[in-house]
Design a protein around this ligand. Structure first.
Ligand code: K2U
Ligand code: ZN
Length: 173
């Protein structure tokens, strides 16, 4: 894609990550350029999901690609995503986050969610997500509410996670 760039991924305790992102008025070329940059940034990380706030843009935009490394890329674009229904059954999954590097812990998520969102061209889509798709979209939509997966952990675990990320960021700088 023309003119794509890799952006810096914000890490805890950056306060921007706690902001509530705003809806997008219209899926413009500018929003598409942001999604292209987000995908390039996500592939470089590497990761399978990324919310716009993680690159410092608090708008309701998410990108994902759940394809296995050996498969063709399968980029997914979500503008103004909403969860219409959540299956009440929950299952634990070992989550990580590009904004909380090298921290992993089990988080319970709904096994199926009914989604409504605008796609790359602004067309409305309504579909059910399950499996890793359900886990990842719930993790990303939390980012749009300023919520990180470590916010579900005990205060002690959360404090240790933030201290670990800050120490490692200092070593990198
Ligand atoms: O920070 C992010 O939002 C990217 C997350 C997305 C994610 C979190 C939990 C569970 C699934 C996806 C990850 O850091 S992407 C890295 C990754 C790769 C494979 C499986 C799980 C996480
Ligand atoms: Zn994350």
């Amino acid at each position: 894609m023309k003119g794509m760039s890799i952006r810096a991924i914000l890490t805890v305790p950056n306060p921007i990550l706690k902001q509530v992102s705003k809806p997008v008025a219209k899926v413009t070329d500018e929003i598409r350029a942001l999604m292209d940059d987000m995908l390039e940034t996500m592939y470089d990380a590497p990761g399978i999901g990324l919310a716009a706030v993680q690159v410092g843009e608090p708008v309701n935009v998410i990108v994902m690609d759940l394809a296995k490394n050996e498969d063709e890329p399968a980029p997914m674009y979500f503008v103004n995503p909403e969860i219409l229904e959540m299956n009440e059954e929950e299952k634990p999954y070992e989550e990580g986050c590009l904004s909380v590097p090298d921290v992993y812990d089990e988080i319970d998520r709904s096994v199926r969610v009914k989604l409504k969102y605008l796609d790359y061209h602004g067309k409305e889509v309504v579909e059910w997500a399950e499996g890793l798709y359900a886990v990842c979209i719930q993790h990303e939509m939390d980012h749009l509410k300023g919520v990180l997966f470590i916010d579900y952990l005990s205060r002690l675990k959360r404090t240790r996670a933030v201290k670990k990320v800050q120490k490692n960021e200092k070593l990198k700088a």
